[in-house]
Design a protein around this ligand. Structure first.
Ligand code: KG4
Ligand code: ZN
Length: 370
């Protein structure tokens, strides 16, 4: 089954063509630079930009997937695509709506089944995606309860989510820890902003942190000594970081060296909190076979390394997405989820597509099809 999927949950207009876990094309139009002056995503701007670009991104994803074909986009949709998938939540309501309306239109026009997908499940399963190589053409997607992988843990860490999820099998999830205030990516973005590094700041902060000294200053590790809480919290750290930055500044502009050190200290403290929760969870669930790490923050080399070290000690395999595009928002991961859902019969027929609507606050287990 070849699936065309779209994701317009935030500030990336993305469309992909996938087959099982294989990413055939994964195209995105990023609006990040448009939103940078607001220091976050501006919803009505996002909606308009999605509307302006979605047809172009769909055409590009299809052309990329079938490069030697001379056929029109419409003909390729009719003959080569078996199903349409779309992110219905969580995300920005008016942004989600653009992708949902387009997906409904495609499903009805081309008479294809429509698969509604949860964005967080997309990040969760992004680690199972495979590139489109001659070797992967013979690859059979994992079964939903593959004994070498499950039970697994998944950490989905992005600008909006910080969820540690117990994965009993594909489609069987239990949230073990979530953030009670800011998300990890959001905290990294805010820290980057305080240092004048722009938005979104996670990746820039990582670069600056590499040159800094993690021991130069001290910040309190969130929820230190409160193992039993199994929660994430970044808002107190953000306030402590603001105070520290002001103290270091002494009313002047920060030097390069000070920015490097502050970035290193913030990142190190934020990641130590992640480690503490992950270690506790792995202690509580000793049967864990693998650890999935997805979402924008999973692009961070340092945090990957630190999680890999923890996992190695517990004989747990760490899985991360095979490319950075698959870490941040993209439609490829939505296609991977849809591949499993189609097999399980979790889709709508073209005449029933209006049964789904945007679900901006949907949690991982939200039932879109009831
Ligand atoms: O998954 P994503 O694209 O969007 C959401 O669903 O939120 O994640 C975006 C987040 C931003 O907070 C961004 O700063 C962070 O992922 N991010 C990173 C890195 N690349 C992106 N954080 C740390 N290190 C990175 N290399
Ligand atoms: Zn996301």
């Amino acid at each position: 089954m070849t699936i065309l999927s779209t994701d317009t949950s935030c500030d990336e207009t993305s469309v992909a063509v996938t087959r099982g876990n294989i990413i055939i094309s994964n195209v995105l139009w990023s609006q990040a630079s448009m939103h940078s002056e607001y220091g976050g995503v501006f919803p009505s701007l996002a909606k308009r930009a999605h509307e302006e670009h979605i047809d172009w991104v769909i055409a590009k994803a299809i052309k990329k997937a079938f490069p030697s074909s001379q056929s029109t986009i419409s003909h390729l949709l009719t003959t080569k695509i078996d199903a349409i998938a779309v992110t219905v939540g969580p995300g920005l309501a008016i942004a989600l709506e653009v992708g949902i309306n387009k997906a409904k239109e495609l499903a009805q026009t081309y008479n294809k089944p429509l698969v509604p997908v949860n964005h967080v499940e997309g990040h969760l399963l992004s680690v199972l995606a495979k590139p489109n190589t001659p070797k992967s053409a013979h690859h059979t997607p994992l079964t939903t309860h593959h004994t070498l992988l499950f039970p697994a843990f998944s950490l989905v860490a992005s600008g909006k989510h910080t969820d540690l999820i117990l994965v009993k099998g594909i489609g069987e999830y239990e949230i073990i820890a979530h953030t009670i205030d800011d998300a990890l990516g959001e905290a990294l973005d805010k820290a980057a902003r305080m240092l004048g590094l722009g938005y979104p700041g996670g990746a820039i902060l990582e670069k600056f942190a590499k040159k800094g000294d993690t021991k130069k200053y001290a910040l309190p590790t969130p929820l230190a000594g409160q193992k039993e809480r199994m929660e994430f919290s970044y808002s107190g750290l953000k306030t402590a970081f603001y105070r520290l930055t002001e103290k270091v500044k002494k009313g002047k502009a920060l030097s390069k060296k000070q920015i490097y050190d502050l970035a290193a200290v913030f990142q190190d403290t934020a990641f130590r909190h992640v480690e503490n929760v992950v270690v506790e969870a792995l202690n509580k669930y000793p049967d864990t076979k693998s650890f999935f790490f997805g979402g924008g923050v999973s692009a961070n080399t340092k945090l990957r390394k630190r999680l890999r070290k923890i996992c190695r000690k517990k004989d747990v395999e760490l899985l991360v997405p095979y490319s950075k595009t698959l870490c941040t928002d993209n439609a490829g991961m939505i296609g991977v989820v849809a591949g499993y859902k189609l097999k399980k019969g979790e889709f709508l027929s073209p005449k029933n597509v209006n049964k789904i609507d945007r679900e901006p606050r949907a949690k991982i287990n939200y039932p879109f099809l009831t």
